[in-house]
Write a protein that binds this ligand. Structure first.
Ligand SMILES: [Cu+2]
Length: 290
């Protein structure tokens, strides 16, 4: 069948439909027509709220740097902290894998965020997830904070039954900083001597708009670290081993999308322009280098 004839059939069909609708409208009357108009008006704003999706991947190109090494014997609780699985074969050194790369080059623990949306309600309600001190490690390794966070929590789950001084709990000392370039400022510094107890503190990053970041380190055990990127809206993702991210329900618009890793690119985010359209998916790829 020639291509044109199908189109012609379609046009005939449309004309017939229009004619049919005209008759129907006459029959059902003006009131119903108004009602249909009202539904259309209601539906319009719903569509513009729907937003779109941002998806992509953060990868690491090249050979990942070797992990940082810390001799257990140089820190308190060596007999307990050695229970952590991240150590050398001899059990002498604690290994801090700052850069973790998946088999397809995905950069684990990178944070991706849509910037330029100041969602005040989200920021007022954001409490983040608990940071857990477990076997002398802060879990997770990366995350997000908001510049003015009412509650930031750290929980101690460590106790050492073999050490009389640590039976009630291994002393961890979460010390948080705001870091901007070479400057770092203490936010809080609190000892957690007991298992199953924690801290709940407000945190304020005064220079978040200039690109500061948040760091938590244990003053007893330097290898215990948590890093966070300040965000101002819920459109972010912390990527897993495959490096992939999917951020849904982003309002339509043009944005700077950032990907950040605490020790790569000098701790600075990589930026990319994106345009999000309603009901569509925008794609972005980021690549970090050694
Ligand atoms: Cu500690």
């Amino acid at each position: 069948m020639p291509r044109g004839s199908g189109a012609l059939t379609g046009r005939n069909l449309s004309a017939q439909l229009l004619l049919g609708m005209h008759c129907v409208l006459k029959k059902i009357g003006v009131l119903t027509a108004i009602a249909i108009g009202a539904i259309a008006l209601l539906a319009a704003p719903l569509t513009s709220w729907a937003g779109g999706e941002v998806e992509g991947k953060v990868s690491f190109a090249g050979k990942p740097p070797v992990p940082k090494e810390f001799l257990f014997s140089k820190f308190p609780n060596p007999g307990f902290c050695v229970k952590n699985p991240n150590k050398d074969a001899e059990g002498e050194k604690r290994l801090l894998h700052e850069v973790q790369v998946g088999k397809d080059g995905g950069l684990k623990n990178a944070v991706v965020a849509v910037t330029g949306i100041n969602d005040e309600k989200f920021q007022a309600e954001f409490k983040g997830e608990d940071i857990i001190a477990k076997l002398c490690e802060f879990l997770p390794y990366t995350g997000v904070v908001v510049p003015n966070q009412s509650s930031f929590r750290v929980m101690n789950t460590d106790a050492d039954p073999d050490d009389p001084k640590s039976v009630k709990g291994v002393l961890h000392n979460p010390h948080s900083f705001e870091i901007l370039g070479p400057r770092s400022t203490t936010i809080f510094n609190i000892g957690l001597p007991e298992k199953d107890k924690g801290l709940d503190e407000p945190i304020k990053l005064r220079k978040a708009a200039q690109g500061s970041i948040f760091k938590l380190i244990c003053d007893q055990h330097e290898f215990m670290q948590f890093w966070a990127l300040p965000v101002t809206n819920p459109h972010y993702a912390v990527v897993g081993e495959d490096g992939k991210f999917e951020i849904k329900d982003v309002p339509a618009g043009k944005y700077k999308l950032v990907a950040w890793h605490p020790v790569l690119n000098k701790g600075k985010p990589i930026e990319q322009e994106i345009e999000v359209k309603d009901g569509a998916s925008a794609s972005a790829k980021f690549e970090f280098k050694p």
